[in-house]
Design a protein around this ligand. Structure first.
Ligand SMILES: CC(=O)N[C@H]1[C@@H](OP(=O)(O)OP(=O)(O)OC[C@H]2O[C@@H](n3ccc(=O)[nH]c3=O)[C@H](O)[C@@H]2O)O[C@H](CO)[C@@H](O)[C@@H]1O[C@H](C)C(=O)N[C@@H](C)C(=O)N[C@H](CCC(=O)O)C(=O)O
Ligand SMILES: Nc1ncnc2c1ncn2[C@@H]1O[C@H](COP(=O)(O)OP(=O)(O)OP(=O)(O)O)[C@@H](O)[C@H]1O
Ligand SMILES: N[C@H](CCC[C@H](N)C(=O)O)C(=O)O
Ligand SMILES: [Mg+2]
Length: 489
């Protein structure tokens, strides 16, 4: 594709030359002959350091910002144009959108501290129910009716994302739901994605290692509504959630279509909620009449997620009645309050992805109604992530569970014992067992009839990151192994 058409209308100060580009990347290690290399200022290093390597590998053009251009001045061969953008990350994303071109016709995105993966998973199922070939993209990878491919990041880098969207469109996928992480939004990974609707779930503590303040974190999320949704797009929100007013203010300022859900919602108003085993019976008032829905999922938060997902599907064009009926067949996302097994004495074991204080509180509160005996939780906290959340997670566990076992999550480059100590500061009476498999086995061994165990923090993950190594590890497998051992004993 020609560079001038790739970069047209991006507001670059000098018109790009007519030059054929065979691909684009921001990682010098991925450069192939004929590629454009985007030299981006990173969180760890300045990408322009890698321009010589990119040129060696055959890069024919470089995209950067003013700072990169200043650093590269006088070092570039005349044959390689340097395109200078005000925001090189945004320019790269828009160029990637043009390079790959094809996207599923109807796409929605969801942001918020908790519930993104669940909402995206639900929207995909609702679209499928309505007969559309659909995908969801996020923390658990790309999911279609054909299966799941794990990606790594919640919101992939823009080049991978646009390549993936084109692949899905070519496969016949017409509908997609995307998770928009705050990192992804701030780093313009989603720019150029053509959305019809966006949703906000909630705001709690997360990623305080990356965003300087909670306001910065919120501002990153607001980009979905301020910058990414096109005029005429829809915003789905529960007005009862903290900071929903901030999302609504942006939506009003931009004249976007507002769709509200939940107890204070106008479009899908929740007027009744009652438990029935692991299901929940919902009464929902809508402008098209009242509906009684049996949601086959446990946990109050799944009601919020399901209504947000329904709002996204409706604002994307689906009929209200069909969408609400589809909620009756929803399956939870893997590792989100998932019942993984039962001990011979009837005690229940769940795996959940709560790795932040609010999520942990909600997950444990959701399990309390099913607990006749004691509620156990096995928790840890990830290394190289916000250290401030560790004692808060310990405290949430101590407040909501009867027995707390503190173990390792993904220690990454940190000393696991130091992470456990920080979690234990909030849960001083907890038992400490560093080895995650041993912690799960001990918890399962202690379960008596009527008890419930929640193994929290890793959800769908299939590895444990220790240093730079990913060791095979799955909470699901560890729970099943512990249950098998118990049954044989
Ligand atoms: C902190 C962070 O978000 N980093 C992301 C960011 O990297 P960066 O640009 O800051 O990287 P950097 O290491 O400083 O390098 C600067 C530039 O030099 C380039 N480089 C570097 C080395 C080299 O040899 N050659 C080279 O060209 C890099 O490709 C990059 O363009 O942009 C990259 C491309 O989009 C991302 O892959 C990378 O995600 C890292 C791997 C990561 O761990 N991110 C996590 C924290 C993350 O994004 N998480 C969110 C939220 C999860 C959730 O709550 O669900 C997610 O969306 O997954
Ligand atoms: N609406 C919600 N409100 C509060 N907690 C929730 C909500 N939805 C899910 N949770 C909790 O958060 C955990 C993660 O849920 P989910 O994966 O759907 O969210 P996420 O926003 O994608 O998280 P991440 O940013 O880690 O990918 C769940 O296992 C559950 O404990
Ligand atoms: N997307 C989140 C997931 C955290 C999951 C938890 N198991 C951990 O490793 O901290 C992050 O990268 O911060
Ligand atoms: Mg997620």
């Amino acid at each position: 594709m020609h560079l001038d058409s790739l970069a047209a209308d991006l507001g670059l100060p000098h018109p790009p030359p007519t030059l054929s580009v065979s691909g684009l990347t921001a990682d010098s290690r991925q450069v192939r002959p004929g590629f454009l290399f985007a030299a981006l200022q990173g969180t760890a290093v300045d990408g322009w350091r890698f321009v010589p390597r990119a040129l060696e590998q055959g890069a024919v053009a470089v995209l950067t910002d003013a700072q990169g251009a200043a650093a590269l001045a006088g070092t570039m061969p005349d044959s390689v144009p340097v395109l200078v953008a005000q925001d090189a990350r945004r320019a790269l994303a828009l160029m990637a959108a043009r390079f790959y071109g094809r996207q599923p016709n109807t796409m929605v995105a969801v942001t918020g501290t908790s519930g993104k993966t669940s909402v995206a998973h639900f929207v995909r199922q609702i679209f499928e129910h309505a007969g559309h070939a659909s995908a969801s993209l996020g923390t658990i990878g790309t999911v279609t009716s054909r299966g799941r491919a794990y990606g790594g990041l919640t919101t992939p880098d823009p080049v991978s994302l646009h390549a993936e969207l084109a692949r899905l469109a070519d496969e016949g996928i017409t509908h997609a739901a995307l998770e928009a992480s705050s990192h992804g939004l701030e780093q313009h990974r989603l720019d150029g994605v053509r959305l019809v609707a966006g949703a906000f779930t909630n705001l709690g503590r997360d990623h305080m290692d990356y965003h300087a303040t909670e306001e910065d974190y919120l501002q990153a999320k607001l980009r979905l509504f301020r910058d990414l949704l096109p005029a005429g797009g829809s915003v789905v929100v529960d007005p009862g959630e903290r900071c929903a007013d901030r999302v609504l203010a942006v939506a009003r300022e931009r004249g976007l279509h507002i769709f509200t859900v939940g107890e204070r919602g106008a479009d899908l108003r929740l007027t009744g909620l009652r438990h029935s085993g692991f299901s929940q019976e919902l009464t929902v008032e809508t402008p098209r009449g009242d509906y009684k829905i049996s949601l086959p999922l446990a946990g109050r938060f799944q009601v919020s997620n399901a209504l947000i997902a329904a709002g996204l599907a409706i604002t994307a064009g689906e009929a209200t009645g069909a969408v609400l009926r589809a909620l009756e067949d929803l399956e939870g996302a893997p590792g989100r309050l998932e019942l993984v097994g039962r001990k011979a004495n009837g005690a229940l074991v769940f795996v959940d992805y709560a790795h932040k204080p609010d999520a942990l509180e909600n997950a444990l509160a959701a399990l309390r109604p099913f607990t006749c005996g004691r509620l156990f939780v096995v928790i840890g906290a990830g290394g190289d992530r916000d250290p401030g959340k560790r004692p808060l997670m310990g405290a949430a566990a101590a407040r909501h569970a009867d027995v707390v076992i503190v173990t390792d999550d993904n220690p990454r480059s940190e000393d696991p014992a130091a992470i456990r100590k920080a979690v234990l500061a909030g849960a001083p009476d907890a038992l400490e067992i560093g080895d995650r498999g041993a912690a799960i086995a001990e918890a399962v061994a202690r379960l008596e009839a009527g008890d419930v165990l929640c193994v929290a923090g890793k959800g769908h993950e299939t590895g444990q990151i220790v240093g730079d190594t990913v060791l095979p590890f799955s909470d699901h497998d560890a729970v099943r192994a512990a249950l098998d051992t118990g049954d044989k004993a």
